[in-house]
Unconditional design. Structure first.
Length: 282
């Protein structure tokens, strides 16, 4: 996000401004820093795509409760900040959220670095545990800011973690590249359903197919065994099935009906009586 702050010099030793967070409405193009308005300009083309990728990657993590883009977070009565992505933000009583343990900022061309420093300091001072600044200018990297450690810079081949907020590590590359972001988002969605990866999902599908095949095979074997038993019982009585009766037996897919016919062969006076008043085979 590009922030233009004509009333802010990026330090906190100035007088507080006159504005309060509750004076702003959702959609107003301003943030507030100690009562001073900061105009938030439209996002440049180098940042608009990555912003969406970062949201998808973080929002899909199995441990994430919610995530938002440009979520207004009221850090104090006169301070309202809107990170590019806020993770697990806590709703406040009014319009604005009250806190978020993880915030993501994309810094592209035209970034007001002085205000970014103030914004990071204000977020961390209000309880945010990590602020990840994704640098879109120069070598791909992410700066990890936290209140109790020096700034860490992670290169594009490294991963980021947020214990207690995210369940899975985030490859830095996924915050820049569309394909990498999609892969991580898919990984996260699968993990939320209990799958380690796409191969695990495929293997479950194959196993279900094999199980269905085994069940179908067992059912088919049972039916064939009953048909054989019926024919043998006929033969034991020295009876022969007519073509119509043989076709009826072969077409029957109901074990209960076949069992009934076998029982009737034992007591019937003639072959035709075996098949009398029997529901059509299913």
């Amino acid at each position: 996000m590009v922030a233009l702050a004509p009333m802010s010099d990026g330090v906190h030793n100035r007088q507080r401004g006159p504005f309060q967070a509750d004076q702003l409405r959702s959609g107003d193009p301003y943030e507030l820093s100690q009562g001073h308005p900061i105009f938030c300009a439209p996002t440049g083309r180098d940042g608009t795509g990555p912003n969406g990728l970062g949201f998808a990657v973080l929002d899909s993590d199995p441990a994430v409760i919610n995530a938002g883009v440009d979520t207004g977070i009221k850090l104090a009565d006169d301070t309202l900040r809107a990170p590019d992505v806020a993770v697990n933000f806590r709703a406040g009583a009014g319009t604005w959220a009250e806190s978020a343990p993880l915030a993501l900022e994309y810094a592209g061309r035209g970034q007001d670095e002085a205000d970014l420093k103030v914004k990071i300091r204000e977020l961390l001072g209000a309880g945010t545990r990590w602020v990840w600044v994704v640098r879109l200018v120069g070598p791909r990297r992410v700066e990890v800011h936290s209140p109790d450690a020096a700034v860490r810079v992670a290169g594009e081949d490294e991963t980021l973690e947020a214990p207690g907020v995210l369940a899975l590590p985030v490859p830095v590359r996924a915050l820049f590249e569309r394909d990498a972001a999609h892969e991580v988002t898919l990984r996260n969605l699968l993990a939320a359903k209990g799958y380690a990866n796409l191969d695990a999902l495929r293997e479950e599908g194959r196993e279900e197919g094999r199980e269905e095949g085994r069940e179908e095979g067992a059912a088919s074997g049972r039916l064939e065994g009953l048909c054989t038993a019926l024919r043998e019982t006929f033969a034991a009585r020295s009876w022969s099935m007519s073509e119509a009766q043989a076709a009826l037996v072969a077409a029957c897919r109901d074990p209960a009906t076949l069992t009934t016919w076998i029982t009737r062969v034992i007591t019937a006076a003639e072959p035709d009586a075996v098949f009398e008043v029997v529901t059509a085979p299913r």
